[in-house]
Design a protein around this ligand. Structure first.
Ligand SMILES: Cc1cc2nc3c(=O)[nH]c(=O)nc-3n(C[C@H](O)[C@H](O)[C@H](O)COP(=O)(O)O)c2cc1C
Length: 265
């Protein structure tokens, strides 16, 4: 299974493939809850709660999304949605409607209510820390210019970060898996949002949280005539570069491609 080849020879830390396998298993088994109880977390030290979302830059172009109270799509019975769910990589050329995009964003990261600075959302998150930011590369959505956007869940708005055809860079960030997607979701984590409460246990919690986002995206997409495919095999450096995040305090953790599909029901 493992050829024990030396991998990282540029820096001083050299990990063999075997070391990496062990580190991966150790990460999955992390259960330092006893150790955590001996630490003073930033929350216990009284440090301010990390913000729920990134700030909007001055003069940013904001786009209002359709609010959940006005959704008309997504009435398919739950068991039908679950039975239909598949990873979709073939999409129609038609654009997504703004309502479809609004539904995909709200079901993955929208805010249902705020309780003492904590957000409650359609997805579960350990301690309701919600460490993610949702970035979109929009190729085809009715009424939206092509380009890179970020979702602002508190206002249920999009902020335009970079207008233009970024399909080449996005395809490179996805290691050639852009296909004919109408919209690409790129989720970053801001680990401190979780670390503020869970310190050394945060990595595993964030990884566990991210699956919930993708599953809601899969199910919501199926319910509204769209399809999705999770993309775990993205290029870390290129994805972080595309999003202009620092790769240390915020970095890409997951992605997904979406688009309209032929309804075979
Ligand atoms: C964590 C994770 C990462 C994945 N990464 C990729 C990927 O990079 N490229 C891809 O084509 N599919 C990816 N997939 C989709 C899987 O290949 C797919 O779920 C699997 O083949 C089962 O098919 P199904 O989702 O239709 O049931 C990923 C799925 C998960 C859950």
């Amino acid at each position: 299974m493992c050829n024990f080849k030396l991998l990282a020879t540029k820096g001083s830390v050299v990990m063999t493939n075997n070391d990496k396998l062990k580190a991966g298993r150790a990460f999955l088994k992390a259960d330092d809850w006893g150790e955590l109880s001996k630490l003073e977390t930033d929350q216990q030290l009284g440090k301010p709660t990390p913000p729920l979302q990134k700030p909007i830059h001055d003069g940013a172009k904001l786009i209002d999304l359709i609010p959940p109270t006005e959704f008309t799509l997504g009435t398919m019975p739950f068991m039908e949605v679950v039975k239909k769910r598949r990873s979709r990589r073939k999409f129609l050329d038609e654009p997504l409607s703004l309502e479809q995009l609004s539904i995909l964003l709200w079901t993955t990261q929208g805010i249902q209510r705020l309780i003492r600075g904590t957000s409650i959302r359609p997805v579960a998150s350990g301690g309701a820390r919600h460490p993610f930011e949702s970035y979109l590369y929009v190729e085809r959505v009715d009424g939206l210019a092509k380009g890179l956007y970020r979702y602002q869940p508190l206002e249920h708005q999009l902020v335009l970060l970079r207008e233009g055809d970024l399909s080449e860079d996005t395809n490179a960030a996805l290691r050639g898996q852009l296909y004919n997607s109408a919209v690409v979701f790129l989720w970053t984590a801001i680990p401190y949002r979780t670390e503020w409460r869970y310190s050394i246990l945060s990595g595993k919690l964030i990884a566990q949280d991210s699956g919930h986002l993708a599953q809601n995206l899969y199910l919501a997409a199926e319910a509204i005539g769209c399809g999705a495919c999770a993309i775990g095999a993205y290029d870390q450096v290129k994805a972080d570069g595309l999003l202009s995040v620092d790769g240390a305090d915020e970095f890409t953790v997951y992605a997904a491609i979406t688009g309209r599909i032929k309804d075979k029901r």
